[in-house]
Structures are given as C-alpha cells and as structure tokens.
Design a protein around this ligand. Structure first.
Ligand code: NAG
Ligand code: NAG
Length: 246
C-alpha cells in the first residue's frame, strides 16, 4: 500500500514547480499551486514527502486529515488489519469517503483566466458555505471515477470458436456475482455496475463477511453513486465502438 508511485524525475519537476515556476495552462498552474500549498500545510513538509504513499502513511497514523486516492485506498484501509495480521481494525468507523472537493472558479477559455462560477458558466454547481470565511458561493465539482477503465477486445481475424470463447470469458468475469468478488477484494477494480452500489442488507452482509465495516461501506457506495450520477460526469457510451462517438 505504501508504495511510491511517482518516479523521481517527476518529483524533481514538482519541486521546481513548487519553487514558484509553474508553467502551462491556467488550470494546471492552479492545480500545482494547490498541490504545493497542501504539501506545505501537510503533516510532513512538501517535496517527496507529499507523495501519495507518504500521504497514506500520515492518513493511517492520524496525522493527515484528508487524502485523495482511488477505491483501492478505501478497500486497503478497511482490510488492513487482515493484511497486517492485527486483531482488530482501528480505522473502521474513523475514515470516511467523499467526493472530490469542488472549486468556486472555472476557466474562461477566451481570456485564459479562472473566473468565479455563475449559474450560466457552472450550471451544475451547488451553493456551499466556506466554513473559514463564512461566505457562500457556487462550487463546481468534478466527479472522480478513478484513473482507468477496463475493456476487452477480440481480434476479428480469429476463428469463430476463439471469438466466442473470448466473448464468453469477458461475459463471465463481468457477471454480477463474479465481478462483485473483484470489487470487494483488494484489487484496483471499483464498482462498475449499478448493482455493485447496492446497500441492501444482503449486499452489505457480503462486504462485512470480507472484513469491511458496513457503515463505512454505505458512505463509500453512496459517494461513488453521487460521483457516477453527477451531472458534470461524462461516462463513455457503452456500445460497440462507443469511443468513436465522443
Ligand atoms: C470570458 O471573458 C470575456 C471578457 O471578459 C467575457 O466577455 C465573456 O463573457 C467570458 N466568457 C464567459 C463564458 O463567461
Ligand atoms: C457468489 O460468489 C460467491 C463468492 O465468489 C460464492 O461463494 C457464491 O456461491 C456465489 N453465489 C452465487 C449465487 O453464485
């Protein structure tokens, strides 16, 4: 879990960027500034210590309030007692799961500047109160679906039997009960069927039997659902050659 996923070359680049030389498009500069500001306020000083592996460590030790990661982070923490052979899981009931924080600004592409959201430029933004300033403003949210998806392909030049067998294989691993096993296991697979988001007693019993804390699972699944159904989200169309319709 605590692996470092950013190669050294990128570390150096981030350090240079944090020294105040952010280059590139305005939103990228904004993201780099945010990254640098967050690192400076982090439980450990910026630079390589702010990398995801270290953030995870701080998060687990209770010195990091918030971290941004994928489904496997949630799953890993829920099952960490089993992985480490601990008698109980001290993180159950203590670590939540939420959608990404939003932004009160949006890029005006004609002038290359970030501007305050309006109901026209950010139609799906919601009014939120800033708990530090007390001000209420429109906050736009970008749903996070993780970093990657899975797709299967069959070579059209293969024989019919081979094609059918490959199709059957993909169909088999995507079946609800089968794929639910991958969603629950420590794997990079997150919920990808609506049924995976079920919080019925029988669905929760399956998570619990695998070692999860059901109230945490409900928070996880509810927030995944909110992200997946968010009006700002654009999911690939699920038909043959769907990517051609983007
Ligand atoms: C972008 O900025 C220009 C110049 O201020 C303004 O005229 C235009 O309405 C803005 N675009 C949007 C989408 O708000
Ligand atoms: C669903 O999968 C679980 C675990 O892989 C298995 O124990 C159970 O028998 C399966 N249920 C059905 C109805 O196939």
């Amino acid at each position: 879990m605590a692996r470092s996923i950013v190669p050294q070359a990128r570390v150096t680049k981030l350090l240079v960027l944090c020294a105040g030389h952010a280059q590139g498009a305005v939103p990228v500069q904004g993201a780099v500034e945010l990254h640098c500001a967050a690192s400076a306020r982090g439980p450990v000083q910026g630079g390589p210590h702010a990398l995801p592996g270290r953030q995870l460590q701080a998060h687990l030790l209770g010195t990091g309030l918030m971290t941004i990661k994928w489904d496997e982070h949630f799953k890993g923490i829920q099952l960490l007692d089993k992985l480490l052979g601990l008698p109980a899981n001290p993180w159950h009931g203590k670590i939540g799961f939420a959608q990404l924080p939003g932004s009160p600004t949006i890029l005006n592409r004609s002038i290359g500047k970030l501007e305050a959201c309006t109901t026209t430029t950010c139609p799906h933004a919601a009014l939120q109160r800033n708990q530090f300033t007390g001000e209420t403003s429109l906050v736009n949210t970008a749903p996070n679906f993780g970093i990657a998806g899975f797709s299967g392909m069959i070579n059209t030049l293969q024989g019919a039997g081979y094609k059918q067998a490959t199709f059957n294989f993909f169909s088999f691993i995507a079946q609800l009960n089968r794929s639910m096993q991958h969603v629950i296991d420590i794997s990079p697979v997150g919920p990808f069927l609506t049924q995976h988001l079920s919080t019925t007693p029988s669905a929760l019993a399956r998570w619990q039997a695998a070692g999860y804390h059901p109230p945490d699972v409900v928070t996880f699944l509810d927030n995944m659902d909110k992200s997946l159904t968010h009006s700002n989200g654009v999911l690939d169309i699920r038909i043959t050659n769907g990517r051609l319709y983007r």
